[in-house]
Design a protein around this ligand. Structure first.
Ligand code: GBH
Length: 456
């Protein structure tokens, strides 16, 4: 029983968990009747991923789901956030349901519940059915209906056992990476396509929430990535760059979902004529009541004006900053700042931190199976303290999902970056909890009370 002595004890019911995504851990993407996704296709296109890495095997979670749940249980996790691969459920994206795909997730959910681990299910974590991409993917307005149809199959199969649903993971990354800069599937580079993909993602989100209200009885929300923007100098140019970057990354999707509009900077300062006018009926579809929002936080951005296209703003490296292996600055105060900003702008919607974590080089597994990852442990401690402090400042934070349970496929970076609190040996598929996993277990077991203790 936590005592009131520790300033770090978390509110009752605060949900401690870990997160993953289907394409990043499952492997066997075409097993049991599944159709290909844009990520299967993209990763098999030469030159698109580091070392040509693909998700064909990944962490083999598709076969190891049961022992992976036992691993979660042994760490004391109370929740597990995962995503469903759309093309396992509907191989063509719409129409025919592949029951074997539904059964896979149904068994996973049963196993989680049998171990008292609450499932948080994300419908879309970037692996669009390739068959839908062939029909225009996120550029086709029909995708709102396709997405609601897909969601409805899962709501009917799993609602009640699953009580927390997420429509989209990080629509900003889908559009910026997939349609503007092309580093992620489907690899397009078009200023004209990006706003259309954005808008159809949000229409699909709205349609899936609307369908949920007819079928489901529990909670549904949206997950976004937020990166607070700070000016690199006092110049008016940098202040304007911050405003653009903030509107583009941080306000774009939450404003649409919660306020029913897009920030004016998108048309006036960033996309110009490439930003279309949308019908009022679209905004009405997009703005649905949400039960919660999920925020993924990794880093901040110190922003300056530049001539990059089309944002004319970019991040500057901080000479005194600490950086992770993906080149992201460690900046826990940013998490407090963004949670307070979100509370003030959107009215303290119940919020989960649905991802937070860091890639660092881990030493090889030492004798006795120990993996020392002091930098990741320090990262977790600082960010959990930041959340505790945001709660003290009145933010309604309901839970925390560390990214990630396992080392996994880091999209186009392949297996080169390790975010797991559990090490994966990709040769043997052996899982070894790192020191950070043991630390996180103890924080969970003490409900935060031990958060201030010196790190081992
Ligand atoms: C998440 O996205 C994904 O949901 C998850 O699948 C992924 O594995 C995980 O993060 C780790 O990458 O280069 O300094 O300008 C991360 C969203 C958006 C966070 C871009 C970092 C760039 C920082 N990312 N942001 S910088």
């Amino acid at each position: 029983m936590p005592t009131s002595q520790s300033p770090f004890v978390f509110p009752e019911g605060f949900l401690w968990g870990a997160a993953t995504a289907a394409h990043q851990i499952e492997g066997s993407p075409l097993a049991d009747g599944a159709g290909p996704s844009i990520w299967t296709r993209f990763a098999h296109t030469p030159g698109m991923t580091v070392n040509g890495d693909t998700g064909d095997v990944a962490c083999d979670h598709y076969h190891r789901w049961k022992s992976d749940v036992a691993l979660m249980k042994s760490l004391g996790l109370k929740a597990y956030r995962f995503s469903v691969s759309w093309s396992r459920i509907l191989p063509e994206g719409t129409g025919r349901v592949n029951q074997a795909g539904v059964d896979f997730y149904s068994r996973l959910v049963d196993e989680l519940l049998a171990n008292d681990i609450e499932p948080l299910l994300t419908l879309y974590h970037w692996d669009l059915p390739a068959a839908l991409d062939d029909r225009g993917g996120w550029l086709n307005r029909d995708i709102a209906d396709w997405f609601a149809e897909y969601g409805s199959v899962l709501y009917r199969a799993l609602d009640g056992r699953v009580k927390k649903w997420v429509t989209l993971n990080e629509p900003w990354v889908v559009t910026d990476g997939g349609y503007l800069h092309g580093a992620l599937a489907p690899g397009h580079k078009s200023k004209y396509e990006t706003p259309i993909a954005t808008h159809n993602l949000m229409r699909a989100h709205g349609a899936a929430v609307k369908a949920y209200r007819e079928i489901g009885k529990h909670e549904i929300g949206l997950v976004v990535n937020i990166e607070p923007k700070y000016p690199a100098s006092d110049s008016p140019e940098d202040a304007a760059a911050v405003k653009r970057a903030h509107a583009y990354m941080n306000e774009q999707y939450l404003d649409a979902a919660l306020l029913g509009r897009y920030p004016p900077e998108l048309k006036n300062e960033i996309f110009g004529d490439a930003w279309p006018e949308w019908a009022d009926a679209d905004y009405a579809l997009i703005k649905q009541k949400l039960d919660f929002i999920g925020i993924n936080y990794y880093t901040r951005s110190v922003t300056q004006a530049n001539d990059s296209y089309p944002l004319k703003a970019g991040a500057v490296r901080q000479p005194l900053g600490t950086y992770t292996e993906t080149g992201w600055e460690v900046f826990p105060q940013g998490l407090i700042d963004l949670l307070v900003w979100s509370k003030d702008r959107y009215g303290n919607v119940p919020t989960y931190i649905t991802e937070n974590g860091a890639a660092f080089f881990d030493p090889p597994v030492a004798e006795g199976g120990r993996i020392r990852d002091p930098l990741r442990m320090d990262y977790l401690q600082k960010h959990l303290k930041a959340i505790r402090s945001a709660i003290d400042q009145g933010c309604d934070i309901r839970g925390y999902m560390v990214w990630s349970l396992l080392d996994n496929l880091e999209w186009s970076l392949g297996y080169s970056k390790r975010f797991g609190i559990v090490h994966v040996n990709y040769g043997t598929q052996e899982r070894t909890p790192k020191d950070s996993a043991k630390y996180y277990s103890r924080v969970i077991a003490t409900h935060g009370e031990s958060l201030g203790d010196a790190l081992p």
